[in-house]
Each structure stands twice: as C-alpha cells, then as structure tokens.
Ligand binder design. Structure first.
Ligand code: ZN
Length: 254
C-alpha cells in the first residue's frame, strides 16, 4: 500500500487513477493550484468544488482514495483572494480536506508574502497542516524567504515543504518540517531520490509525483519504491517514505 502525497487530479485522465492503483497506490492527496487564470475568488472556489466532488469520484471509481488540500496558490491570487481564505475554515469541516495547500511563494512579491502569511496564520490557529510549494526559478533564494515567513507565522511541525532537492535540503533538514520529494521528469528521477534518502535518511520525507499538466509520471512513487528496494533500503525505510510519514503527518484515515 502506497500513498502519493501530492498530485493534481483535475489535470489527469481517468485512466491514470487505474494505472496508479494497479501499481500499488491506494491513496493520494490532490492539491489546489492554478489550472485556469484565477481572475476572481469564484473561479478559485469552483476549482475547489471540482477537486472535492468530481475528482474524488473519478479517483474512487478506480479504487483510489483521494484526499484534498485547498488554499490560494501563489499563481492563483485574485484581487478578492480574501474571500477564498474566509471559506477555508468551512471547507475544513470536510474530513477529506487534510491540509491547506499548496501555498507558498513563487517570486516573493509583496502580495504573495501577504497571501502566504495569512494562510499560515490561519493554519496555525486551526492547527491544520499546510503543504508549501517551492518554485523552480531562484529555488534557493525563494525557499530561504519562504522558511523565514513560516518560522514567523506557524508551528513548523504543521508544515510540509515540498519539491525539496539537493539545492535546498541542507537548509531545511534541521528544522521540524516534513519534507516532500517530488519524483517527476523535470524535477527529480527515482535514482536522485534514492541518493538523497541514502544521505539524509527516511525519517522526514514523503514521496510524491506532483502529476499535473507538466511532464509527469503517475507511477513515479512505485518506481521510486522499486529503486529503493534495488538499492537495499529496508522495508521499514521504504514504508516510511511511501506511506507511514504521510499517514502520520496528515492523520489520514485509510
Ligand atoms: Zn503541485
């Protein structure tokens, strides 16, 4: 039984969910993002509605249990984003919403920092987990600012920082964060994940595919598990990054 801890189900065909389940994935977390030009809060809330309804059903029809993370992504900040944030406590009443996310910074603009801080404060008040995106461009610098803002606004134990790679891991590993490894054609190969886990251990990491409309591999988590087995990781280590750490962090009922 495997968990893919960060996907974008709304961008994927029905057949991907079947492929994932056949490859051993039983559960996944689909995160809010920027599939459209998010011109108003209503568009963002309709995106949430789709994830919570259509996508949960499409996944479940293939035997995949889908959980949801909802929030204002740095690329979906509309002029009335406050309305979206106001809805989050209500949306969290749904047991399938397990985190606020993905949120974070893309360029570190003032507005992004504002939206990010507000959501972190809210999550801290509600003791809700957050999934924090780190960008591809200026990754190191942006992640440094991201970390500062997190430490000012929320208990780090509530935070999963995602898309961690060799460039940023040293600055994150000594904090109380959970760390996401995104195994995706343009980000990290299974062999890179193996290398990183050999060096830093499996305690803090969770695997994900981040399948989206960018080049993606719906079975990158099982492929990484296979690569770990070939590299002589113990079954306990494999279970930690492919299931246990995510189940514990998000308190998943599976
Ligand atoms: Zn994502």
């Amino acid at each position: 039984m495997l968990i893919d801890a960060h996907i974008h189900a709304d961008t994927r065909p029905y057949e991907d969910f079947e492929k994932m389940v056949i490859s051993g994935i039983d559960a996944a977390i689909t995160c809010a993002h920027d599939p459209l030009r998010m011109t108003t809060a209503a568009v963002v809330l309709d995106h949430f509605h789709r994830l919570l309804n259509n996508d949960i059903k499409r996944a479940s029809a293939n035997g995949l249990k889908l959980f949801v993370a909802l929030g204002v992504h740095p690329r979906s900040i509309s002029h009335n984003y406050d309305m979206v944030i106001e809805h989050l406590p209500n949306l969290l009443q749904n047991d399938l919403m397990v985190a606020i996310g993905e949120i974070g910074l893309e360029t570190t603009s003032k507005e992004e920092i504002n939206v990010f801080s507000k959501q972190l404060e809210l999550a801290d008040d509600l003791k809700t987990k957050v999934i924090v995106h780190t960008p591809r461009t200026n990754k190191k610098e942006v992640t440094e600012t991201t970390t500062e803002i997190i430490l000012e606004n929320i208990n780090p134990k509530l935070v999963l920082i995602d898309h961690v790679d060799f460039e940023i891991v040293d600055n994150l590993i000594d904090h109380d964060f959970t760390l996401g490894l995104t195994v995706q054609p343009l980000k990290m190969r299974p062999s890179d994940a193996v290398k990183l886990l050999k060096k830093y251990g499996t305690n803090k990491f969770v695997l994900n595919s981040d399948i989206s409309s960018s080049p993606s591999d719906p079975i990158s988590v099982p492929k990484t598990v296979h690569a770990m087995r070939m590299a002589d990781f113990s079954e306990e280590d494999i279970k930690a990054v492919s299931k246990k750490n995510a189940t514990n962090f998000f308190n998943l009922k599976i």
